[in-house]
Design a protein around this ligand. Structure first.
Ligand SMILES: [Zn+2]
Length: 499
C-alpha cells in the first residue's frame, strides 16, 4: 500500500486527533533584574548591565525582586489560578555558556500559581485552555555565533556571550494538554497566545513583544489515533510570531501524520521552526526533569505571599481584554461578526489607537482591514509591523476629510508610508500628490477642457448634464488624477451655466 503524505490539517484529522500544549516565557518589564539591582533595558551595549550576582561570581547572594513576584501573582490571578501560600525557588542545573552560574534559578515542584484557565474564542466557539502553572525564574544571557551563515552555532568560527539579559525576571506559563480541538488546533494555539499577550499587556507587566523576545513560545504537538492513548509529543522552540505559532502546529500535525501513516514512530525531541519555509527540523532530544537535578535554592528564603495582599491584587486587576473588546465593539457600533474579523486581523489595538488619534472608528477600520491588511498578507507580516502607525492612518484620513487627498490618492500616499517614505504629509510633499484645490488652476483646466470640446460643452449648455462626464474626464487627465472629481463637475456645470 502506498500513501501520500497528508497536505491539509482536515485530512490529518480524518485519522488522528491532535493534542497541543503551550509553554510561554514572558520577560517582565521590571526596572531591575530578578535577583540583583542591575537595569533591564533592552539594547544596551553588551555586558554593561551586569554585577557579581547576575554574573554568578563566588560569594554573591541573590535577593528576590518583589515587583517581579507581584507581577507573577497578578498574571496568575488574571489566568484564574490559585496562588501558593508558600513556595520556593529551585536550582535547575545545566551547563551552557550563556548561564554564568551553570544553574538557573527557577521554580520546580512549588510554582507560585497553579491550576487556572483561559477562555479563547475560535470561529465562534469558546475553547477553555487549562493553565497548569505560572512560575517565576531568571532569564539566561545571549550567545552570538559569528562566522556561520545563519547565526547558528554550526559553521561559526567564534561565539560571544552577552550577559545583559542574564537574571531578567522571566515568567513561564504552562498550559495543560489541550485535546479535542481537531482541525482548529492550530487556530486555538494562536488564539491562546494572542489572548495571553493581550492579558499580560493589560496588566502592564511586560511589553510582550514577540519580535524582541519578551514573549517567547514553545509549542508542543502530538497526534493519536481516535480511542488510543496520547501520542509522543515534540516541542517546537522559540516560535517568534503569532502567525508562526499557528503554522508550527499545522506543520507538526502534517509531518507527524506522514511519519505515522508510513508506520514510523515520533521521537520525543525539540524542533526548530523555520520562518521561511514554515517547517520544523529536528533539534536535540528532550531532557527530562531528572537531567536537571532540581533542588531548592539554599540562598533564597521561601516565598509566602500574604493572602490579604493577594486579595488586594485580585480586586485591583484591570478589565479583562475580552470585556474591554466588548465595550469597544459597542462604542464602534460594529457587529459581533465584524468584531471577530477585527480580532482575527490583530487590529483591535491598532483601531483603538487610531481612533484615539482622532479618526472615526469607521475610517480607522476601513484602512486597517482594507489596504493595510492586504499589504500585511502579501508581505507575510503582522498587521502591527506593516509599516504604518495609528498616527499615520489618522493623519491620512484627516487629509482626506480636509479635501486635500482623494480616496485614490490616499491609497498611493499609504503605499509611500508603508515603504518608509515618512508620514502622510511628508509623502504628499515629496511625491507632489496633493489634490489640486487651487480654484484658479482648476478653473483654467476646466476652461481648457471646454475650449477643446465645444460640442460637448454645447450639449451641457442645452441641458444634457450627463454629457459633462467627458469634460470631467478631460480635466482629471489634465490634472493627473489629482483633482477631486466632484468639485470638477460642479465647476464645469457652473461655468456652463447648467448648475
Ligand atoms: Zn546584576
Amino acid at each position: 500500500m502506498t500513501t501520500t503524505a497528508p497536505s491539509t490539517v482536515e485530512e490529518v484529522i480524518t485519522r488522528y486527533e491532535p493534542v497541543i500544549g503551550l509553554e510561554t516565557h514572558v520577560e517582565l518589564g521590571t526596572r531591575t533584574k530578578m535577583f540583583c539591582g542591575c537595569p533591564t533595558e533592552f539594547g544596551a551595549e553588551p555586558n554593561t548591565q551586569v554585577c557579581p550576582v547576575c554574573l554568578g561570581l563566588p560569594g554573591s547572594l541573590p535577593v528576590a525582586n518583589k515587583a517581579a513576584i507581584e507581577a507573577t501573582i497578578r498574571i496568575g490571578l488574571a489566568l484564574n489560578c490559585s496562588i501558593a501560600t508558600w513556595c520556593r525557588f529551585a536550582r535547575k542545573n545545566y551547563f551552557y555558556p550563556d548561564m554564568p552560574k551553570d544553574y538557573q534559578i527557577s521554580q520546580y515542584d512549588e510554582p507560585l500559581c497553579v491550576d487556572g484557565y483561559l477562555d479563547v474564542e475560535v470561529e465562534g466557539q469558546t475553547v477553555r485552555v487549562g493553565i497548569e502553572r505560572v512560575h517565576l525564574e531568571e532569564d539566561t544571557g545571549k550567545t552570538l555565533h559569528i562566522g556561520g551563515a545563519t547565526g547558528r552555532i554550526h559553521g561559526a568560527t567564534e561565539s560571544l556571550v552577552d550577559y545583559n539579559r542574564a537574571g531578567i525576571p522571566l515568567v513561564e506559563i504552562v498550559t495543560k494538554p489541550v485535546a479535542g480541538t481537531g482541525a482548529l488546533a492550530p487556530a486555538v494555539a494562536r488564539a491562546y497566545v494572542t489572548e495571553l499577550r493581550d492579558i499580560i499587556r493589560s496588566l502592564g507587566v511586560s511589553d510582550v513583544r514577540m519580535e524582541q523576545g519578551s514573549l517567547r513560545c514553545d509549542v508542543n504537538t502530538s497526534l493519536n489515533r481516535p480511542g488510543e492513548e496520547w501520542g509522543t509529543r515534540t516541542e517546537t522552540k522559540n516560535v517568534n510570531s503569532l502567525r508562526s505559532v499557528e503554522r508550527a502546529v499545522r506543520s507538526e500535525m502534517l509531518r507527524q501524520a506522514a511519519v505515522l501513516d508510513a508506520g514510523g514512530k515520533i521521537t520525543q525531541e525539540t524542533r526548530h521552526f523555520h520562518e521561511d519555509t514554515g517547517e520544523t527540523t529536528s533539534g536535540r532530544s528532550k531532557e527530562t526533569a531528572t537531567d536537571y537535578r532540581y533542588f531548592p535554592d539554599p540562598d533564597l528564603v521561601p516565598l509566602a505571599p500574604d493572602p490579604a495582599w493577594v486579595e488586594e491584587l485580585k480586586a485591583a486587576l484591570p478589565e479583562p481584554p475580552r470585556v474591554h473588546r466588548e465595550r469597544l465593539r459597542e462604542q464602534w457600533g460594529v457587529s459581533e461578526h465584524d468584531m471577530q474579523s477585527i480580532i482575527n486581523a490583530g487590529a483591535v489595538e491598532l483601531i483603538e489607537a487610531t481612533v484615539a488619534e482622532g479618526a472615526s472608528p469607521d475610517a480607522a477600520r476601513k484602512w486597517w482591514l482594507g489596504e493595510l491588511a492586504r499589504r500585511a498578507n502579501e508581505t507575510g507580516v503582522e498587521l502591527a509591523e506593516v509599516g504604518a502607525t495609528p498616527a499615520h492612518v489618522a493623519e491620512l484620513q484627516r487629509l482626506v476629510d480636509e479635501g486635500k487627498l482623494t480616496d485614490k490618492l490616499a491609497r498611493t500616499v499609504l503605499e509611500g508610508v508603508v515603504a518608509g517614505e515618512g508620514s502622510p504629509s511628508e509623502v504628499v510633499a515629496a511625491r507632489g500628490l496633493e489634490v489640486v484645490s487651487d480654484t484658479g488652476a482648476l478653473t483654467a483646466a476646466v476652461d481648457e477642457a471646454i475650449a477643446a470640446n465645444p460640442d460637448v460643452a454645447q450639449k451641457v449648455r442645452d441641458g444634457k448634464v450627463a454629457a459633462a462626464g467627458a469634460l470631467v474626464g478631460a480635466v482629471m487627465k489634465a490634472t493627473k488624477g489629482q483633482a477631486d472629481a466632484k468639485t470638477v463637475r460642479e465647476l464645469i456645470l457652473s461655468r456652463l451655466g447648467a448648475a
